[in-house]
Write a protein that binds this ligand. Structure first.
Ligand code: ADP
Ligand code: MG
Ligand code: MG
Length: 877
């Protein structure tokens, strides 16, 4: 079994594709050596050894032998000898998992130094200062990283030394000072561990290797793995590499660079370096590093070589690289290369540029930008340069940041918006009546509610930032203020919210909208060429429909008609309809609504010309449209004190009784959806009449519309067949009256487990299915969407559930019902059109799942359309 892989120009044993075994750093060091790039030779101990060691607490004999043999090889390659008192070989010991992982052990440099080899190094190089600078660095790193002594202990001894000698920089310390420091550091090690610093280089190496492996299971690493879904079974590799010295004087140095600008993606070499420095000095801020461009003047040869290498690396890896290099007395060495982290804007620009440069193809480009990055690009964010203090954190319910004056009511939000004030609507929770205020506000903050609370869903739909469930905020409506962290914020004070992180910040913070140029369009058009699933939108108004069209939506997958019942011009008629005591009065009230709904549909159809529009008939329980009990009771009380007429009091009293009688213990499972349509057929009849009349009128004007009428909350096929029969009658009679022949479809939501389980029967009646995964999740788990906030966060924190099933589709449970529904539906109607219209329709992993189970399209809120387009393409690749 091979446990140790050598790298160095001639005899490199590993390569780039061996990341699982050699870790990312080791595999790329080998690859650079293979490319003939100057890399200090060394070797990688595999991740397998890590797992064996962690399991058994010891190394197989073979591993020790292979390490010893490879050290001999390394000695030959470098012409130095490990532990030698003439020309000592010094090593760096570096951790390296498959993916780079903060939390793992830090690197130890200059290993192999002791009281004898430091003298040898000094004699050999004729540079005593350099030798003792290396020694004091090694003692610090070994003490800190391997022996677990607080870094601060060494740091303060170093500062004291500088202060004593009246110098400012590390580089101002002379050989004698550094020599004294080495003695002091050894003293610290003795004091802190009770043992002398290990002088034997072999023992040092063994301890350092053990420390790397053990660090795989330290708390920081475990936490990082949990947060990033990295399996513990991966283990880490250890890289042992011969040292090159950037601290030998003014012709030596070290630096880090990116092959393109990681912030903007611009094609320019970007980085920093320091002369007479080693290791992390550049990033640790010990001295101010120089921009890489000045290296061209300081060391033209090394710079030219570096330039050639970075180009070679980018060509080879066909992606932007993040590189580390060291110059030792004018000679350049590469110490690391990896795919560079970048901002969303840079990811987009680099992907598109690289296709244009012929470096990658379109399919690859589409995988280079994550859906989350697209999301970030579409919303304003807090300026990364800004300084601010977060006073509370809620749920990141709808991304983007917003600044505005605090208001506590929807009306107030609308008023202020009319006078061009920017406001943040702060509510305990929102309800459908707040829509106008939410629309007028820059962003929404709620005290209660989860990721699928009303505020969250509506805000995402509107593309507005929202922080939901910010429990540490307490609103006091009597004084029109809220308090958080001992601070009181009054109406009119400025706050900033960040819906991408859930943060609440007091005052105004500078926002930036990352410039989305034509590149986003380009990338998404490539995604469109690749994807096989349609992408529609959930939109209830012509405005939202237009926004979604502009984002590339190919139709509406869900038009919720309940929003058409709100609004000052409609709500009186709606209430009249609900309070009606007989069918005739109800019909008369519905007649008033008919023209308004028809106008709404005409508006939406026009925007979506040529694309399908799925309209869901009324779904929520009727009492949602009525005033609340307390509100009416208050009104009644004041009427009585005012001495209003007996008949007026009687009228209001009746309303109160009616409202009370309609109250439900469990409205989500109550009198709603098709149950409403079945018990009050005239409601759906009016809606269908409005839809068909609208389509007929447009058709007369030459516009072809295929309305898809969708019946909500069907659990038994009989509910659908009975509703459908009535609807078809209405539709046919409208068409006869208008003398218009129209194609239309009648289908249903699959949002109850029983519907999924009996989808074969339902499909005989339904011409299309749309999985309403919000309700389906609610009813499959038995979690009330509006109350899950009380326990779901705890579940997720304690790994009882992997994620919020209202945000990320539960593929195992809810997904299984989706699968069953699709299979059964297609068994009786093979060409049935099937989509998904829950919140999951715009969530990347759920989109991928939808592709795998054979959905025809996904439908999501307008601002998530670009995300779904990209995710649908990535699902294919
Ligand atoms: P990280 O994963 O934190 O970047 P590295 O192992 O890459 O840790 O190394 C930390 C620092 O030490 C880097 O600046 C790197 O360039 C430097 N370094 C690592 N190995 C050597 C070496 N053989 N010679 C000189 N410097 C080295
Ligand atoms: Mg590094
Ligand atoms: Mg539903």
């Amino acid at each position: 079994n091979k446990f140790v892989y050598f790298f160095g120009n001639e005899e490199t044993e590993g390569k780039n594709s061996m990341k699982d075994l050699l870790g990312g750093k080791g595999a790329n060091l080998a690859e650079m050596a293979n490319l003939g790039i100057p890399v200090p030779p060394g070797f990688t101990i595999t991740t397998e050894v890590c797992l064996l060691y962690l399991e058994k607490g010891a190394y197989p004999e073979e591993v020790i032998d292979q390490i010893n043999n490879t050290i001999i090889k390394l000695e030959k390659a470098t012409g130095k000898k490990f532990g030698d008192n003439g020309n000592p070989l010094l090593l760096s010991v570096r951790s390296g998992a498959r993916v780079s992982m903060p939390g793992m052990m830090d690197t130890v440099l200059n290993l192999g130094l002791n009281d004898d080899t430091v003298t040898a190094l000094s004699n050999k190089t004729g540079n005593e200062r350099f030798a003792y600078d290396s020694y004091r660095r090694f003692l610090t790193m070994f003490g800190d990283v391997v022996l677990d002594i607080e870094h601060e202990k060494f740091e303060s001894a170093l500062s004291a030394k500088k202060k004593n000698l009246g110098v400012e920089l590390d580089t101002d310390l002379n050989a004698d000072a550094l020599k004294e420091l080495a003695e002091e550091f050894k003293g610290i090690i003795r004091k802190e561990t009770g043992n002398d610093f290990p002088q034997d280089p072999r023992e040092q190496l063994q301890m350092a290797i053990d420390a790397v492996f053990n660090s795989w299971n330290n708390q920081r690493a475990i936490t990082y793995r949990r947060l990033n879904n990295i399996p513990g079974e991966w283990g880490t590799a250890v890289n042992v590499q011969s040292m090159v010295y950037g601290n030998m004087g003014e012709t030596s140095g070290t630096g880090v660079a990116f092959t393109r600008d990681p912030a903007t993606g611009e094609k320019r070499f970007f980085g920093e370096y320091l002369m007479n420095a080693q290791g992390e000095d550049v990033v640790a801020g010990i001295r101010t590093p120089e921009p890489i461009s000045t290296l061209k003047d300081n060391m033209p040869e090394a710079y030219a070589q570096l330039e050639a290498i970075y180009k070679k690396l980018e060509d080879h890896f066909t992606d932007m690289q993040d590189i580390e290099f060291t110059i030792e007395e004018g000679r350049l060495y590469m110490l690391q290369t990896r795919t560079g982290k970048r901002t969303a804007a840079a990811a987009l620009k680099i992907a598109v540029d690289m296709v244009n440069e012929g470096l990658i193809d379109k399919r690859t480009a589409v995988t280079r930008v994550s859906p989350e990055q697209i999301d970030r690009l579409l919303h304003p964010t807090i300026d990364s340069q800004a300084e601010y203090e977060v006073v509370a954190t809620g749920l990141p319910a709808s991304p983007g940041a917003a600044v505005g004056k605090v208001v506590f009511t929807a009306e107030h939000a609308e008023q202020m918006a009319k006078s061009n004030e920017k406001v943040i609507l702060v509510r305990t929770e929102t309800s459908p009546e707040d829509i106008g205020g939410m629309d007028a506000a820059q962003g929404i903050l709620t005290v209660r509610g989860g990721m699928t609370s009303h505020a969250a869903v509506v805000a995402r739909g509107m593309g507005k930032p929202c922080v939901a469930g910010c429990g540490s905020v307490s609103i006091d409506m009597t004084s029109c203020s809220f308090s958080v962290c001992d601070v009181t914020i009054s109406e009119g004070d400025y706050v900033t919210i960040d819906g991408s992180t859930g943060n609440l910040i007091l005052g105004e913070v500078e926002l930036v909208t990352p410039g989305v140029s034509g590149e986003l369009d380009t990338l998404l058009s490539w995604a469109d060429e690749i994807r096989e699933m349609g992408v529609r939108t959930n939109a209830d108004t012509p405005h939202d429909a237009q926004v979604a069209r502009d984002f590339g939506a190919e139709g509406i997958g869900l038009c919720r008609t309940e929003h058409m019942f709100f609004g000052d011009d409609r709500i009186p008629a709606v209430r009249e309809m609900i309070l009606a005591e007989d069918t005739e009065t109800r019909k008369a009230a519905l007649e008033k609504l008919l023209p308004m709904q028809k106008e709404d549909f005409i508006g939406i159809f026009k925007v979506m010309e040529g694309f399908p529009v799925t309209i869901r008939l009324l779904d929520p329980p009727l009492h949602e449209f009525l005033p609340k009990h307390d509100e009416i009771a208050e009104r009644l009380a004041s009427l009585e004190t005012e001495g209003a007429s007996a008949s007026e009091i009687e009228r209001i009293h009746k309303i109160l009784e009616r409202v009370d009688s309609m109250e439900e213990t469990n409205p989500m499972l109550g009198h709603r959806g098709c149950r409403l349509g079945i018990t009050y057929p005239e409601i759906y009849a009016m809606q269908v009449k409005a839809i068909i009349e609208a389509a007929c009128e447009l058709k007369a004007g030459g516009m072809d519309i295929v309305p898809e009428i969708m019946i909500p909350l069907v659990s038994h096929v009989n509910e659908l067949s009975s509703t459908k029969k009535d609807l078809v009658e209405v539709a046919e009679s409208v068409m006869a009256e208008k003398g218009c022949k129209l194609d239309y479809m009648v289908g249903t939501m699959i949002e109850l487990p029983r519907a999924a389980l009996t989808a074969d029967k339902i499909a005989k009646e339904a011409e299309f299915f749309s999985f309403g995964t919000n309700d389906l999740t609610q009813t499959t788990f038995g979690f009330s969407r509006d109350d899950a906030g009380k326990f779901l966060p705890f579940y997720i924190e304690n790994s009882i559930l992997p994620s919020d099933p209202f945000a990320v589709l539960d593929q195992e449970g809810v997904g299984e019902l989706v699968k069953i529904g699709i299979e059964k539906g297609r068994s009786t109607r093979p060409d049935i059109k099937i989509g998904i219209c829950g919140e999951h329709g715009g969530e990347p992993s759920s989109v991928k799942f939808g592709y795998n189970v054979g959905l025809n399209y996904v439908s999501c809120s307008p601002f998530r359309v670009p995300i779904a387009r990209l995710a649908a393409a990535q699902a294919v690749i």
